[in-house]
Ligand binder design. Sequence first.
Ligand code: HEC
Ligand code: HEC
Ligand code: HEC
Ligand code: HEC
Length: 189
Amino acid sequence: MFRKLLAFLFFLSLFVFSNPLSITAQKLTTHKYVGTKVCGKCHKSAKQGKQYKIWKESIHAQAYEVLKTPMADKYSKEMGYGDKAVESKHCLSCHTSGLEVDAKFLGPKFKVEDGVQCETCHGAGNDYKSIKIMKNRELAMKNGLVNVFNNTEEFCRNCHNPESPTFAGFNFKEMWAKIEHPVMHRKKK
Ligand code: HEC
Ligand code: HEC
Ligand code: HEC
Ligand code: HEC
């Protein structure tokens, strides 16, 4: 019986750790979050593709703030997650990053208020953010960059699914068009 349980836990851990698309895996990070401003330093020029500006103007940047609205509190109350949505772990789990990790993994510029931010999708960045590593995808992934490049739709569905109280379907093509942020000089290829 005990051995069966151990075997089960072993397989469970294999699943969690080997599935880089699982948000659970990302929450068990051993890398430090640096915050959007740090990513933005290199990802703001027109040549790079203005990823910081595109994200800042996207709805994801508001995902934490929206939990402070009366509408959010109403959902939270109705669903039994407490009076204040912004204090509910359940709601926060899809609306921001960083709350689930030890504070020692949060750099000084990291902000929970940034909502669904660069590192929510790309992984905690302290160990991949140097130019030399960033330019080499394989090396970057060894240092914490999450592979969202294949199976992107599946990745989005970690949050865009019926567990969201406001879910009304997810059209990947349309939704991606609203947030895409390509590196410009790559696009020309
Ligand atoms: C020191 C500058 C610098 C910082 C800081 C930086 N990046 Fe980058 N990043 C780059 C460069 C340069 C590239 C390569 C783009 C190119 O082809 O020109 C890149 C590429 C990327 C890519 C594409 C990787 C691939 O293999 O296609 C992602 C995703 C990315 N960065 C995310 C981030 C995130 C998230 C952060 C913050 C945690 C960050 N970057 C911080 C310079 C930086
Ligand atoms: C960590 C959870 C999470 C992930 C992963 C995620 N999203 Fe979101 N997304 C949200 C939340 C939360 C909102 C609502 C924010 C708000 O209303 O303030 C949202 C809203 C959006 C919206 C605006 C809604 C609309 O109808 O216009 C778009 C577009 C979007 N997401 C696209 C994507 C795409 C494409 C992906 C995958 C590349 C993705 N999201 C991955 C959490 C996530
Ligand atoms: C499984 C991930 C997930 C969870 C858990 C979640 N949300 Fe969201 N939330 C989303 C996504 C994704 C969106 C974008 C719209 C959609 O597809 O539902 C969103 C959108 C919203 C919006 C904006 C709706 C609008 O019309 O502008 C509010 C408000 C909201 N969520 C509140 C909450 C509250 C309150 C909770 C906790 C009771 C919660 N969410 C839990 C993923 C989640
Ligand atoms: C909602 C999730 C999400 C957020 C938030 C997000 N990204 Fe991305 N990003 C993606 C996905 C998915 C891709 C891969 C697209 C592909 O391969 O087609 C990507 C690709 C990139 C690329 C490579 C683009 C290319 O043309 O190869 C860079 C650079 C990048 N992101 C930087 C950032 C930075 C910097 C931030 C924050 C300012 C950020 N991203 C926020 C999901 C996200």
